[in-house]
Write a protein that binds this ligand. Structure first.
Ligand code: NDP
Length: 344
């Protein structure tokens, strides 16, 4: 049970898929919310999507903030008691220059934490990822991944995105551990996030279906990844605000596993008219490695090839009281929402 109530929650990256669900959840719980956007002209669309989802946006305001600039953060955060830092680049294709994603992720996280510190914010909840957990330097074949594991971002072959999330999370822990009077930190590490889209501004994790529906993946690489529902990710963020025991902890939010081939089958089950577009078979790993030389999108998944990873997300239930939706439901509801929005 909560022993204190946050008043104004500052949410970075309000245009994001996950952030919109977090904001809706916070508004439902009675908080005042200030969300940041890079481009102020996009605030109206965010507000409209939230209203369509049934949120009362009377207690929602917006501020402008770019992770690559110091400008505006201190002023925007004034009066906030708590911060949720979700903004971070999540590109469909890995950039030629890794710093294009690593710099905004790491430097942006530090920027947000410094402003939070100057504004005497009590707790910061950071949206990290299971990718910051699941690539340690060494592990046994039967290892069960948990919040005790950290990716080693210096491992060769990791994508810039994996390195960006790991290095941002490590920088955040280092900041709170070395800065006297720093805010408390809680980190949420979601798997591949599914669940309903609130509008057509899709995250990479749902954009995938739009590509699939156009026949972009005639075959699927043999990769598996932890999956979760955006509604559970939002609830985990909201619970982290009020549970004293969440301070200084990280939480894996994921249940079950999925892969591109399975996602294609789920797409065909929900939208039989797209059956001819989905991946027809699974590609041997060698073929994927060879194709990745020419296809940048495939490089993103190279670290996943041939790996079977087991993990536990018991902690999110034990500490935050959440029972997570099955992966199948998350995937189904993502696809249904895209169909309802006429996006596939
Ligand atoms: P989205 O792409 O929908 O949201 C990303 C958000 O980050 C957008 O609001 C975007 O703003 C903002 N952003 C990116 N670069 C900057 C910048 N330089 N300055 C300010 N804002 C910036 O992705 P998701 O909602 O899926 O992801 C949100 C968070 O969750 C990210 O941290 C991501 O790494 C993490 N995550 C996502 C998973 C998933 O499967 N979706 C899995 C695990 C973690 P703009 O709209 O202006 O581009």
């Amino acid at each position: 049970m909560a022993d204190y109530i946050a008043e104004t929650v500052f949410v970075t990256g309000a245009t994001g898929f996950i952030a919109k669900h977090i904001i809706a959840e916070l508004l439902r719980r009675g908080y005042t919310v200030r969300g940041t956007v890079r481009d102020p002209s996009r605030a109206a669309a965010v507000e409209a999507a939230l209203e369509k989802a049934g949120a009362d946006t009377g207690r929602l305001s917006f501020a402008v903030g770019d992770l690559l600039s110091d400008e505006g953060w201190d002023e925007a955060m004034q009066g906030a008691t708590h911060v949720m830092h979700t903004a971070s680049p999540f590109p469909m294709e890995q950039p030629a220059n890794p710093d294009d994603v690593i710099m905004p992720a790491r430097e942006g996280t530090l920027r947000v934490l410094r402003s939070a510190h100057r504004n005497a914010v009590r707790r910061v909840v950071l949206t990290s990822s299971t990718v910051a957990v699941m690539y340690p330097c060494e592990y046994e074949a039967d290892h069960v991944f948990s919040e005790d594991d950290f990716t080693d971002e210096s491992l060769p072959g990791l994508t810039p995105y994996i390195r960006s999330k790991t290095s941002a999370e490590k920088a955040a822990w280092n900041f709170v551990q070395t800065t006297p009077g720093a805010p408390e930190l809680t980190v949420i590490n979601p798997g591949f996030v599914q669940g309903p889209a609130l509008d057509g501004d899709l995250s990479t994790s749902l954009e995938l279906y739009r590509l699939m529906a156009r026949g972009a993946y005639p075959a699927a690489p043999r990769i598996r990844f932890p999956v979760c529902d955006v509604r559970d990710v939002a609830a985990a963020h909201a619970e982290s605000l009020v549970r004293p025991q969440a301070a200084g902890e990280r939480f894996i939010v994921a249940r079950d596993e999925t892969g591109l081939f399975a996602l294609g089958r789920a797409l065909a089950a929900e939208c039989p008219d797209l059956k001819s577009k989905i991946p027809k078979f699974q590609l041997p790993d060698m073929a994927v490695r060879a194709m990745a030389v020419f296809d940048k999108r495939l490089r993103t998944i190279l670290p996943e090839l041939g790996r079977q990873k087991t993990y536990t997300s018991r902690k999110v239930t034990n500490y935050l009281g959440l029972s997570l939706r099955p992966g199948e439901e998350a995937v189904r509801d993502a696809i249904r929402s895209l169909r309802a929005l006429d996006l596939i």
